[in-house]
Write a protein that binds this ligand. Structure first.
Ligand SMILES: Nc1nc2c([nH]c(=O)n2[C@H]2C[C@H](O)[C@@H](COP(=O)(O)OP(=O)(O)OP(=O)(O)O)O2)c(=O)[nH]1
Length: 335
């Protein structure tokens, strides 16, 4: 399954942009990182930092982005504000483990402005939503309380202690290990407000969500990727959404399919197929799954979500929410 990042479009944060490094950044990169206070905190940076290494490093980061093996980016001001580089943030992918390692540094004169959490938080949330990973790891020198605080602030959990080789220190150094999964990087989920007589499942409100397996003439099923910023970001799901007060599941689905995919579906074309009943932390999900083979209009990702038409036997290659796992098995057998 491809990652949905053919060419890397810069990521905006509240104040900055995270963009691929450019050959012309080399002199500035060298000036900023060839500073003992910065270099001593970084495992892979030698000190002194040879000027030529900046050129080589930048060229290698561009190759890695093209291959999808690592995403090392400049933290820069927006072009309209001068475009100055303030530091770097990066992720190295461990494909086999479906994880990535996060690193960052900020030029000394910009310390104390909250740049690292803003940049590292955005890259981490983008990565969990757009790359095929479930986990991000990071480490900080045991005496680098500032860096540990950055990681905790963006949702990382302490994951013990370790040892890492630091080029700048000429050997192994003790580090604190951190990690974050999808739930750690998601916004806090407010439990749905229960209707007055709503059933409570084990003390949790029941959330009714209607979903559909859209099936094309080749017998492929449409999956949509949950976007950055939503709970379960990066997981693939059946199109659909919450059933609002006063709606039937069918009406909710017809509305969601119009809003999210720009297609018109009639109730007669929605065939009830199965349902999911799954306890999430904040609510219990009850999700009828319909099947639909006929609709009007062109399926279009109107909310910027990645879409994939997937053959039944390939459904297992797509990481989906835990509630969907039994549905996928049923659907595969049915199709
Ligand atoms: N649509 C859909 N939702 C699913 C699936 N599996 C699963 O656990 N869910 C969960 C994720 C969410 O907690 C919930 C759907 O809520 P949502 O927030 O995406 O619904 P929505 O489209 O109404 O979103 P919003 O307008 O509130 O942002 O159901 C699935 O296959 N499809």
């Amino acid at each position: 399954m491809p990652d949905s990042t053919p060419a890397f479009a810069p990521l905006a944060t509240e104040r900055f942009v995270l963009r691929p490094l450019r050959a012309e950044d080399a002199a500035e990169l060298h000036r900023l990182v060839n500073d003992w206070e910065v270099a001593k905190t970084l495992a892979r940076v030698p000190f002194p930092y040879p000027r030529q290494l900046a050129d080589e490093w930048i060229a290698s980061t561009l190759e890695q982005i093209a291959e999808g093996t690592a995403y090392h980016l400049a933290i820069a001001q927006p072009e309209a504000e001068g475009g100055a580089m303030l530091g770097c943030v990066g992720l190295t992918i461990e494909r086999e483990e479906r994880s990535a390692e996060l690193g960052y540094w900020v030029a000394r004169r910009h310390w104390g402005q909250g740049i690292a959490p803003e940049a590292a938080g955005r890259l981490a949330r983008w990565a969990i939503a757009n790359l095929n990973i479930d986990r991000i790891t990071a480490s900080a020198l045991t005496d680098n309380a500032r860096s540990a605080a950055v990681l905790r602030r963006i949702g990382f959990r302490d994951a013990g202690k370790g040892q890492r080789d630091f080029l700048s220190r000429g050997g192994g150094m003790p580090v604190l290990l951190f990690e974050a999964g999808r739930a750690d990087l998601a916004p806090p989920v407010a439990p749905p407000a229960p209707a007055p007589e709503a059933a409570l499942a084990g003390g949790k409100p029941i959330l009714l969500v209607a979903a559909v397996g859209l099936i094309d003439p080749d017998n492929r099923v449409l999956l949509a990727r949950r976007p950055e910023g939503k709970p379960l970001a990066g997981l693939w799901e059946f199109p659909g959404g919450k059933v609002r007060a006063g709606e039937t599941p069918e009406v909710a689905l017809i509305r969601e399919l119009k809003e999210e995919l720009g297609i018109d579906v009639t109730e007669a074309c929605l065939a009830p197929f199965a349902f999911a009943s799954h306890g999430y932390e904040a609510f219990h999900l009850l999700m009828p799954l319909f099947l639909c083979r006929r609709w009007q209009g062109q399926v279009t990702a109107l909310e910027g979500q990645a879409l994939a038409w997937v053959r039944p036997q390939r459904l297992a290659d797509y990481a989906m929410p835990p509630a969907d796992v039994p549905l996928v098995a049923l659907l595969r057998d049915f199709l």
